[in-house]
Ligand binder design. Sequence first.
Ligand code: FAD
Length: 475
Amino acid sequence: MNIVQSAVPPLPPELIQKFRAIVGDKYAVTDAADIAPYVTEERDLFKGRSPLVLRPGSTAEVAAICRLATEHRIALVPQGGNTGLVGGQTPHNGEVVVSLKRLDKIRDIDVDSNTMTCEAGVVLQVAQQRAADVDRLFPLSLGAEGSCTIGGNLSTNAGGTAALAYGVAREMAIGLEVVLADGRVLNALSKLKKDNTGYDLRNLFIGAEGTLGIITAATLKLFPKPRAIETAYVSLKSPAAALKLLSISRNEAAGSLTSFELLADIAVDFSIRHGIDIRDPLESKHPWYVLMELSSSRDDARDALEAILEKGMEDGVVDDAVIAANLSQRQAFWKLRDEMSAAQKPEGGSIKHDISVPVAAVPAFIAEANAAVVKLIPGSRPVPFGHLGDGNIHYNVSQPVGGNAADFLARWHDVNAVVFEIVLRLGGSISAEHGIGVLKRDELPEVKDKVAIELMRSIKTMLDPLGIMNPGKVL
Ligand code: FAD
């Protein structure tokens, strides 16, 4: 998808030289082959272009880049691990990319305060591991955790598979350091849970997708490390049955229920067909599956999980289930789930949605959307899967078998129209956790409260009057 908004004039060589002087020769990338990984993304959905990628190594260097960009009205695109799914990190119009990956230090771990202060470029998996090293948990978890960064997670307000128990990224950050468009540094790296001294500035930048400033560091909340984690792979007849199992699980396990993922059989089939070393945890085929996990600070998770599954079978909700016998089996269950996005690519064109509706409305949403999409494009294959516990479904639609990918992708907006109509009617959101980026930018004004959009525009103008921060994204 090429998103051209307006032609950006070429960057004069003397300006490139000034940017180069800030980060040093080695970290100013101008060679087209070296720039390529920063302007493309894994699914080949978005392809951008840029004359320059800057890789600053400190907050001071980021601030100097922003000052120079303001002085010369140069548009910047902040980038972390480049795993975002809505084209927010791509320079669609020749903007300068600011890669935060070299800001990869963990500045502080305070075990007694249960906080960890990370620079923006720290890879999520590294943050998780460093927390585990001090017997704590940093619970944010998602399929891209081996390459996405804390700065990207906060900028997209990522959700992931543990949001059910721990909340989304926003709820895991208590402090932030941000470089503003004009180069000023907002130091709000507080470790305080309680600090009622005015407006909540931190939350303005979380979920802003790089349009208000560049996050350079964050103070994150740590949690007690669970002593026991138990995972089950369950088969069922329908999303309605999965909803009943969710209710049983909440009654039996309350806050110990950390993940509850709904998987359609087609999503499982794609993962098994196209993933490497992925096996079906159950031998028989079923229309729907749930991958669920309990975590506990005591050794009672296994008993609780068994009680849930027993009750589910008694109530006719669960058809079959297997509990992971060890860590490698647990990892195998999760690999099946984590491969689901990537496994759709070999099946041809895939139209993506990341929607949320009230949890109780998920079965109705899936039934209505499946019927509407297949009526619109006969033979198209809905591939719904995702975080049922949060009412968040990745409602992707694969092209008909043997069809033409380009023809199918040309219907993206038609498919959006029918899916979003159902989402809105059910009281949902067109973006649950991936953000707006460019993918949903044009639809946002149609679905969001008018006053909310006006306020968003005012905040953007106040913080970025020249419009140099990730222009054309979100708004
Ligand atoms: P990028 O992709 O580099 O950037 C994303 C956005 O943030 C862009 O708008 C960019 O401009 C901005 N940005 C990046 N860094 C900064 C910064 N330091 N300051 C200001 N702006 C910045 N998301 C979920 O919520 N839940 C999931 O379960 C989930 N699963 C995923 C699974 C896979 C396989 C993949 C590929 C992605 C998944 N995602 C999921 C998408 C998710 O948004 C990203 O993976 C992640 O949060 C983005 O981090 P990143 O470092 O790669 O950011």
